[in-house]
Design a protein around this ligand. Sequence first.
Ligand code: NCD
Length: 418
Amino acid sequence: MRTVLYNYQIVDADTCLNGTVVIDDKIITDVISADSFNYAQKIDLLSTGACMVLNGNGLCLTSGFVDMHAHFREPGFSQKETLESASLAAAAGGYTTVCCMANTKPPIDTMEAALALRTRACELELIDLYPVISITKKMQGNKLSEFLQSVEEQKQITYMPLLLSEDGRDIADKELYRRAMRIASVLNIPLSCHCDLDGEDAATQRVIDIAKNTNCRLHIAHVSTKKAAGIVRREKAGIKARGADGLSLTAEATPHHISLNDRLAKKLGAETNGKVAPPLRAGRDRTAIIEALKDGTIDVIATDHAPHTMFDKENGSPGFTGLETSFAVCNKVLAGENNFSLKQLLALMSANPARILGLNDRGKIAKGMRADITIIDLEKTWTVDSYNFKSRGKNTPYNGMMLTGKVLRTISDGKIVY
Ligand code: NCD
């Protein structure tokens, strides 16, 4: 089936033009600038016999967002979120590809568990879900996960995760961590690190030091302090100066760490509704993270979508639900208050995470790419009300806040999912 998306402002990390995107089944087959010769004729021709023609009236059309870090809670915690509610929330937030973390019950520590979850997610036909596999068995920190062990034993691989991570916990055993990094490097899978052993700053330096000479593609999750951002900046510069260094380094920041601070956490309840890991930081940290996103030290915006029940929040579970506010929050803080261009913002939310995850078929609007498309009204102002979220997690720190920029429609793999 052909879909012609006509009269849009097409923006991605590289492009900004007015024009039309043509989708045939699941692939973008043409991107035509409105300035091009004979545009009207071409659109007429393309629309003939088309099943669907959508006039965008100048709305922004971009490539579906890619989230390297979300918690989908299945198996084991469906009172917080289900595969379906999380997938719907992702689609409503403009996300078409998501990596979900392994801290479920039981933890996702085998290929079979990851594949079972992915299969169920595929059956929903909403978004493209890639379960992350944990680094250690049962996420207990003392033995490599079955997945990493079986790779060592050269067993046949049926599911290749895009990311390995023990998110939610750091790993104390250095040798075990290094072994995992070596295996990840052989498999060419990035390893995302939750750094909090002896504090984020020390833990960030530690994990980079452990990774040296392993050839690992190391990714630092949710960088939230000025010091940690400084460490990533310095280490990246070192890697660049030395050339191939046996390590590649990338990093992410969350919408909440660039928009909120510790004062707000206190107001919401430092041990309840304002609690998140890593915690909301001081204003100078927040500014430093924005600076690090601007100069390329931090490559990616990742939501760390962490839905919880109200009961769990009141009893100290850390985390915020985040998929449905991510774009508008980043639009406000980065584009609105810090002069990021839309291209820069979309690089952080789509092109860069796709590249780090090795997904060459998405992240940009171009011929031959997967038809993952997000349509946004950049002018639309709306008030956050978690009652309206698709996510079961209503634990947002943004309730009542006015934001500008609303995802209106999401197309995933050629199908309208929101
Ligand atoms: C995460 C969760 O709830 O799974 N929470 C969070 O605040 N980011 C886990 C974690 O990183 O502690």
